[in-house]
Design a protein around this ligand. Sequence first.
Ligand code: FES
Length: 130
Amino acid sequence: MNRKDFIANVGFGAVALLAAQCGIGCNKQNTTAVDFTLDVSTGALSQSGGYLINNGVIVAKTLTGDFIAVTAACSHEGTSVRYSSSGNNFVCPSHGATFNSSGSVTKGPANTSLTQYKTALSGNTLRVYA
Ligand code: FES
């Protein structure tokens, strides 16, 4: 194998490897699927109005006993939001943005909704997923 053939073969191999790793054309977004479970028999989610953050998702138990979940990072500058049971909404402590229980902006400066996740309760196990 001469130098030209070697470079051509190695170059093709590198391109093929990169294409295999990111998908042809690298058009896929780098998203991490949310799908986890929590034990709600103890801790914050055992009480109405309680909440916790897990895997970048804030999960809350409303005063009526429903479970809701949205992305924890505020869409303004990324501060973790908090759940307010009295307003049944999410509040950002940094600059005061608020989001309803579905993650939609109700007060700026944030202007993008938080991603809402599905919840499913089976016994004391709560599944949170996209
Ligand atoms: S980081 Fe949430 S309002 Fe600014």
